[in-house]
Design a protein around this ligand. Structure first.
Ligand SMILES: CC(C)(COP(=O)(O)OP(=O)(O)OC[C@H]1O[C@@H](n2cnc3c(N)ncnc32)[C@H](O)[C@@H]1OP(=O)(O)O)[C@@H](O)C(=O)NCCC(=O)NCCS
Length: 187
C-alpha cells in the first residue's frame, strides 16, 4: 500500500498510485488508472481507466483525462487542458479501442489547450496557452495557436533557444542542440 495523500472529498477507485502523490478535492479516479509517485492532481479532475501517468506529473485543476492517455514523467498540464480520444464521435457509438494521446517526458501544456487524439507530444515540448494541438509535436518545440504551429525551440528550463547555424541551436547556458526528425537532441 503506497503512502499518498487523498483529500477527504476525492473519490479514488484505483490502488495503483505511487508514494507522495497528492490527490486534491473533488477528484474522481477510476479503478484501472495507474498513477506514479510525487504527482499533484489538483481540484476537480477526472481520470478514466485506461490512463497511465508517470512520476512527478502536475495535473492542474479542471482536467479530464480519458481512456488511452499516456502521460510520462515530469509532464505539466496547465489548468483546463482538454484531452480527447475519439476522432469522429457519435453519441453511444463506442469504439473497441480509443485513439491515444502520448505526452512524453518533461513536456508542458499551457492552460486551456486542447489536444486532438492520435497525437504525440515530444519530450520538453512547450505549448502556449490555448494551443489547439492537432499534429505531433517535436521534442523541445515551442508551439501555440489554432491550429498550433511551431514558433521556435526551448531548452529544459523552457527558455527560448537562439539560432546558431542551419539545424543547430544554443541555450542561454551555452548548451547546443541539433535538429533531428523527432525534434532537438543535445549535442
Ligand atoms: C508561449 C509562451 C511560452 C511564450 O512564448 P514566447 O515565444 O516567448 O512568446 P512572446 O511572449 O515573446 O510572444 C511572441 C508573440 O506570440 C504571441 N503569443 C504568445 N503566446 C501565445 C499563445 N499561447 N497563443 C497565441 N499567441 C501567443 C504574443 O502575443 C506575441 O505576439 P506579438 O509579437 O504579435 O506581440 C507563453 O505565452 C505561454 O503561453 N505560456 C504558457 C502559460 C501557462 O499556460 N501557464 C500554466 C500555468 S499558470
Amino acid at each position: 500500500m503506497s503512502n499518498y495523500f487523498k483529500h477527504s472529498s476525492a473519490l479514488v477507485e484505483t490502488d495503483d498510485i505511487g508514494n507522495d502523490t497528492r490527490v486534491w478535492a473533488f477528484v474522481h479516479i477510476l479503478k484501472g488508472a495507474k498513477i506514479g509517485s510525487n504527482c499533484n492532481i489538483c481540484d476537480h479532475c477526472f481520470i478514466e481507466n485506461d490512463v497511465v501517468i508517470g512520476d512527478n506529473v502536475t495535473v492542474k485543476s479542471g482536467i479530464y483525462i480519458w481512456d488511452g492517455a499516456v502521460i510520462e514523467d515530469n509532464v505539466f498540464l496547465g489548468p483546463n487542458v482538454v484531452l480527447t480520444n475519439d476522432l469522429r464521435p457519435r453519441s453511444k457509438a463506442h469504439h473497441a479501442k480509443f485513439q491515444k494521446i502520448i505526452i512524453k517526458k518533461n513536456a508542458s501544456i499551457g492552460a486551456n489547450s486542447t489536444i486532438l487524439c492520435g497525437t504525440t507530444i515530444g519530450e520538453y515540448a512547450m505549448a502556449g496557452i490555448g494551443s489547439v494541438i492537432t499534429r505531433n509535436v517535436p521534442a523541445y518545440a515551442l508551439i501555440y495557436g489554432n491550429p498550433a504551429k511551431q514558433h521556435g525551440w526551448v531548452d529544459e528550463k523552457g527558455d527560448k533557444l537562439s539560432f546558431v547555424e542551419k539545424g543547430v541551436w544554443r541555450s542561454v547556458d551555452e548548451i547546443f542542440y541539433k535538429e533531428t526528425e523527432a525534434g532537438l537532441i543535445r549535442i
